[in-house]
Design a binder for this molecule. Structure first.
Ligand code: ATP
Ligand code: SF4
Ligand code: SF4
Length: 305
């Protein structure tokens, strides 16, 4: 089983739009949205949730009010000011360290697993999607990313599906690391802006650390042709292949507004580039390129020359 992870050093470069366009073309795959802080893949793929699961991470104190004598020892010991004489006054400040429970003379406090979000299995127009929603002010996004990837692998294995397409989180922090480790190929979606170019270099270092092959897709390339050329030169100097170069097109915006992938909205230039991108990926991963469902969409919208 191969896993393609679509990443970007910075947010908003077009990762989700491109992931969805690839999902639209790839046959026999499971999709994962690892951008658990701001998931939106389900919106462009028309997801219907089939299963909802609770995600737990970390611990929180549960106080037995019948047993607590309000002695105040927990207040003195809590370094985060989250508890006052047996009452959790500011739950967001609680780090779940367990010091209050360990030291309560009455054993009034029990540490319980904390509900930190949900993860879902959904049906979409392009197959099965695993996605998630992290709770507000929860910091365990890396753990949730690992969880959704693990579930996608189970589904792909059970269904003998050869590919997982992962819409990764932006950045190079913990969630990106959790999305990349053990994958087969990373595709960096870069736009020709200074910050995106700068973040590509950092992302390349991270991917190299995991000894993963990296390919680049330059998105919105026509917005700044000189910077696009600079990215091409840089990739060439680092031996990083450029699998696609997608021009700026208003079709992307209208596609998102319509809850569709850009391939389902007609734009000859863009669709041709996106098809080329998928062909390069499929050939690098050595997997079949064709999908009967996409072929019928292609005929319906006459989107290729
Ligand atoms: N080639 C393009 N031409 C014009 N607009 C584009 C192009 N690609 C993406 N966009 C637009 O850029 C915005 C960000 O795209 P998208 O949500 O796919 O990026 P993202 O990297 O997944 O963002 P985030 O990191 O916030 O999840 C959207 O409004 C989308 O319509
Ligand atoms: S230390 Fe225990 S008994 Fe004392 S106030 Fe806190 S919870 Fe109540
Ligand atoms: S678990 Fe730790 S942070 Fe939370 S209230 Fe108890 S002592 Fe404070």
């Amino acid at each position: 089983m191969k896993e393609l992870v679509i990443v970007s050093g910075k947010g908003g470069t077009g990762k989700t739009s491109i992931s969805a366009a690839l999902a639209c073309q790839a046959p026999q795959k499971v999709m994962v949205d690892c951008d658990v802080d701001a998931a939106n893949f389900h919106l462009v793929s028309g997801a219907t949730i089939k299963e909802t699961h609770v995600f737990t991470a970390g611990f929180q104190p549960h106080i037995d009010v019948q047993v607590c004598t309000h002695c105040g020892k927990c207040t003195d010991l809590c370094r985060f000011g989250a508890i006052t004489a047996g009452v959790i006054t500011t739950p967001l400040d609680c780090e779940g360290c367990g010091v209050c429970a360990f030291n309560c003379p009455e054993h009034a406090i029990a540490m319980q697993e904390k509900q930190a979000g949900h993860w879902f299995i959904s049906d979409t127009r392009f197959g099965c999607l695993i996605h998630a929603e992290l709770g507000l002010a929860i910091e365990n996004s890396g753990k949730l990313v690992s969880k959704v990837r693990q579930e996608a692998k189970k589904i792909a294995t059970a269904g003998h599906l050869p590919l997982i397409i992962t819409d990764g989180p932006p950045g190079i922090g913990c969630p990106a690391i959790a999305a990349l480790s053990g994958a087969t190929l990373a595709l960096a979606v870069v736009e020709p802006s200074l910050s995106s170019m700068h973040d590509l270099a950092r992302l390349a270092d991270l991917v190299a650390h995991f000894k993963l092959p990296l390919a680049v897709c330059i998105n919105k390339s026509t917005l700044h042709p000189e910077n696009t050329e600079q990215i091409r030169t840089w990739c060439h100097s680092k031996d990083i292949p450029i699998f696609g170069q997608i021009p700026y097109s208003d079709t992307f915006r209208s596609a998102i507004q319509a809850g569709k992938t850009v391939l389902e909205v007609v734009d000859g230039n863009v669709t041709e580039e996106l098809t080329g991108l998928w062909q390069n990926i499929a050939s690098r991963l050595n997997i079949p390129q064709n999908d009967r469902k996409f072929d019928s969409l292609r005929r319906k919208f006459n989107i290729f020359r």
